[in-house]
Design a protein around this ligand. Structure first.
Ligand SMILES: Nc1ncnc2c1ncn2[C@@H]1O[C@H](COP(=O)(O)OP(=O)(O)OP(=O)(O)O)[C@@H](O)[C@H]1O
Ligand SMILES: [Mg+2]
Length: 363
């Protein structure tokens, strides 16, 4: 079973505080959608509104073309998995999974078959007779997911389900979730503030910021062509470099000039831009380390971060501005060295004062 989900002009206020301001979003059947944004931006609130755990102030939510925003949670055909697992401690895993089903009158034989199937999918048949207290965090998380599977929902909603797991288990469970989505072919909405989770799991990411949706796109659209400066800075680690710039628009493509005379020839059409102050943006992997005098700018190395496959070089320009560039894993660069920084014009971005973004023409 699967569902498309339509969110139209939905708003939410808590007291005097506007949390979500006229959001619209179409989720296609079988899509894996991730809501990504900083703490407090309203991700859980939006998810809880879809689940029916929070009322909608205005606007509509429809599943398969039927309005559901007035229905109680149990009638929406949706299953939600929480960060806190929310298992009943005195019940076995089997009974935890059966619990909701018996209540809505699913026959015992059907319940048993669904539990066995979910346990098989999640590789946990050996855990069915244990109680939550006898399970690890990762195993509890699996039970919580199993409890959602046995409901055979039209859509799964996950609210930061991995955040209580340690780093290794988190990565493993992330991959299991991706496999689960392939197997079940259900619509899934996953909330996180972790951009790596968003990038690795999503068919499309919804980036939320300041009561609004800043961008909806595939992970690579979001990464390569962020719609706003906020998205550009939020997605990607280390964060995109930003430098204040003025533009020379006399050529076909704009040239960005920084305060101390550094200039970068972008591949962004001058005709799209207007006069005014801009921020120039570039990711660390698009800033190569070259010999001093050979790049767009010279800098002095502040810090090295060795990541194994590459080395991040934090360099300070003449005006004190820090830029992060990227060198090979076995980089010979040392702290205090004077180096050149070569910016890739094709990978350069510009942002105006409202945060709107421009990128190179598509290749
Ligand atoms: N029941 C409530 N009453 C009043 N304010 C609330 C309530 N629930 C949430 N809020 C507020 O609404 C805003 C959005 O909260 P929400 O939980 O949706 O954020 P979030 O994006 O999920 O954040 P996090 O990543 O920290 O979980 C926050 O400012 C929060 O304090
Ligand atoms: Mg939340």
């Amino acid at each position: 079973m699967t569902a498309d989900i339509e969110i139209r002009n939905v708003s939410k206020q808590f007291g005097a505080m506007m949390v979500l301001d006229h959001l619209s979003l179409s989720i296609r059947a079988r899509e894996f959608i991730v809501f990504l944004g900083p703490s407090g931006c309203g991700k859980s609130t939006l998810l809880r509104m879809i689940a029916g755990l929070e009322a909608v102030d205005s606007g509509e939510i429809a599943i398969n073309n039927e309005r559901i925003d007035h229905l109680p949670p149990g009638k929406r055909g949706i299953a939600m998995v929480f960060q806190s697992y929310a298992l009943y401690p005195h019940m076995t895993v089997r009974d935890n999974m059966a619990f909701g089903l018996a209540n809505i009158g699913v026959p015992g034989k059907v319940i048993e078959a669904r539990i066995n199937e979910a346990a098989r999918i999640l590789e946990m048949p050996h855990l069915l007779d244990r109680k939550p207290g006898q399970l690890s965090g990762g195993q509890r998380q699996r039970v919580a997911i199993g409890r959602a599977i046995v409901k055979e929902p039209k859509a799964f909603l996950f609210d930061e389900p991995l955040s209580n797991l340690d780093a290794a288990l988190r990565t493993r469970t992330r991959i299991e979730l991706a496999q689960l989505h392939q197997r079940l072919q259900s619509t899934m909405i996953f909330v996180t503030h972790d951009q790596v989770e968003a990038m690795t799991l999503a068919d499309r990411i919804v980036v939320m910021n300041n009561r609004k949706i800043d961008q909806i796109g595939t992970p690579m659209e979001i990464y390569e062509r962020p719609a706003t400066k906020f998205v550009a800075g939020f997605v990607g680690a280390p964060a995109m470099n930003f430098v204040d710039a003025t533009l020379d628009r006399s050529g076909e493509n704009a040239t960005a000039r920084f305060a101390d005379g550094v200039s970068v020839q972008t591949e962004i059409a001058s005709s799209q831009l207007t006069d005014g102050n801009y921020t120039f943006g570039i990711r660390s992997e698009d800033v190569r380390i070259v010999a001093a005098g050979q790049g767009n700018a010279d800098g002095v190395v502040d810090v090295l971060e060795r990541l194994g496959e590459r080395t991040l070089i934090y360099a300070r320009l003449g005006d004190g501005q820090q830029i992060v560039g990227s060198d090979s894993g076995n980089s010979r660069v040392a702290v205090g060295d004077r180096i050149g920084l070569a910016f890739d014009g094709q990978k350069s971005h510009l942002f105006n004062e409202t945060g709107r973004a421009w990128h190179a023409r598509e290749a």
